[in-house]
Ligand binder design. Structure first.
Ligand code: ZN
Length: 103
């Protein structure tokens, strides 16, 4: 269990025509559900490329979520890692010094 979903507030609401129009239209554009993250077919989730309330076709594409290789979950965790990497803990790296015995 990753617990990632537990903290997800999922604030973006899906429009009422999500299932009746938006999802079928996305399927028609991309019948193989080519995953926009890994480029392989079989995505099970219609993903927002830019998180938020932009449900335009340009912002929606398929991704593997519950289906291996779970690209969408990795995408989420990568965003978390990127946030950490942008603010690394200080003082862990010293410039290399020549060993005094070699001087
Ligand atoms: Zn994928």
């Amino acid at each position: 269990m990753s617990g990632g979903w537990a903290r997800s507030t999922r604030k973006s609401r899906l429009p009422s025509n999500w299932r009746s129009e938006i999802r079928p239209a996305a399927h028609a554009r991309n019948p193989d559900h080519i995953c926009h993250i890994c480029g392989q077919p079989g995505g099970d989730r219609l993903d927002h490329k830019q998180p938020g309330d932009d449900h335009s076709p340009e912002n929606l594409d398929w991704a593997h979520d519950a289906t291996p290789p779970h690209c969408h979950r990795y995408k989420s965790s990568r965003e978390g890692h990127a946030a950490k990497a942008a603010n690394p803990p200080p003082g862990r790296k010293r410039p290399p010094e020549q060993h005094p015995g070699l001087l």
